[in-house]
Ligand binder design. Structure first.
Ligand SMILES: C[S@@+](CC[C@H](N)C(=O)[O-])C[C@H]1O[C@@H](n2cnc3c(N)ncnc32)[C@H](O)[C@@H]1O
Length: 265
């Protein structure tokens, strides 16, 4: 028996709310096939891409900085494990997204040169691409690298000329420094005048002694409980503070973020 011609054809379900028609969805999928860069705007897609890339790596694909310094060797081992478990992949979004609220930066995103120190995974690079920075303007610096965009190097001796970057991303990396003053002086050296800096740090309710007793804890760059402490590291070089995120009182017994986003003089 054929379909009653007076009866309207049943819509194919797209699985989307608000009865989005199937042809709309197909058009969007076609658009994504033609412009795959847009996929990086979808968190689940970029996390999946970054995680698959990490899973596909062999030992020989991962380079590490070997300079004989014991604290660097410990940091490398600790972060290689973190890389393999691919944890915290989306965390950098929380310090890169606030940059997009800065109109003066938004109008020059396409030409802005950005350095991310300690990205660990390519997901941080994907996030910068999704934010609107261009691939040729993105540079990473880390003690470990499996990516052609991430240079091997130490944040205390950055292999870059002075006045090189318009934006510097320091995502949960300064805590690994055994000489935060030196690391900050390197940031100030390679930053262009008026550069934007975004910093993420972990707030942890444990004392330094408790952390030091914990096996595997190699974080030596000091504790941070307030965004003001991050700003204090940059002192008089800070021209304007765009964003601060302090630990919420509900989270004082947990680990959470401390974030500061500012412009340098
Ligand atoms: C905790 S991970 C942060 C990863 C990522 N930025 C995030 O927000 O999740 C710290 C990264 O900083 C890198 N790192 C630690 N000490 C460093 C140093 N002296 N110079 C450059 N990178 C360093 C580590 O290798 C690691 O990839």
């Amino acid at each position: 028996m054929g379909r009653d011609p007076k009866r309207p054809a049943r819509r194919r379900s797209t699985g989307l709310p608000l009865k989005v028609p199937a042809e709309f969805l197909e058009e969007i999928i076609g658009f994504l096939r033609r412009s795959p860069l847009q996929l990086l705007h979808i968190p689940v897609a970029r996390i999946n891409l970054a995680a698959r890339r990490i899973k596909s790596l062999g030992e020989a694909d991962i380079q590490t900085l070997e300079d004989g310094d014991a604290s660097i060797t410990n940091t490398v081992l600790h972060n290689l494990n973190g890389l393999k478990s691919a944890s915290a992949l989306e965390r950098p979004w929380r310090i890169i997204a606030p940059l997009l609220g800065i109109f003066h930066l938004c109008v020059k995103l396409e030409t802005a040169k950005v350095l991310t120190v300690g990205p660990r995974t390519e997901n941080e690079l994907f996030i910068l691409l999704a934010a609107g920075f261009r691939e040729e303007n993105i540079t990473g610096l880390d003690l470990i690298s499996y990516s052609e965009k991430v240079k091997l190097g130490d944040m205390h001796r950055m292999p870059f000329a002075a006045d090189s970057f318009d934006v510097i991303v320091l995502g949960w990396v300064l805590a690994y420094s055994n000489d935060v003053e030196k690391a900050v002086s390197e940031v100030l050296r390679v930053a262009k005048p008026g550069a934007y800096v975004t910093v993420g740090w972990e707030y942890n309710p444990k004392t330094s002694e408790e952390l030091a007793r914990e096996s595997g804890s190699i974080v030596s760059g000091g504790r941070v409980n307030h965004a003001e402490e991050i700003l204090g590291l940059f002192g008089d070089h800070v021209d304007y503070v765009h964003f601060k995120s302090e630990p919420h009182p509900d989270m004082w017994d947990n680990t959470t973020d401390v974030v500061a986003v500012f412009r340098l003089k």
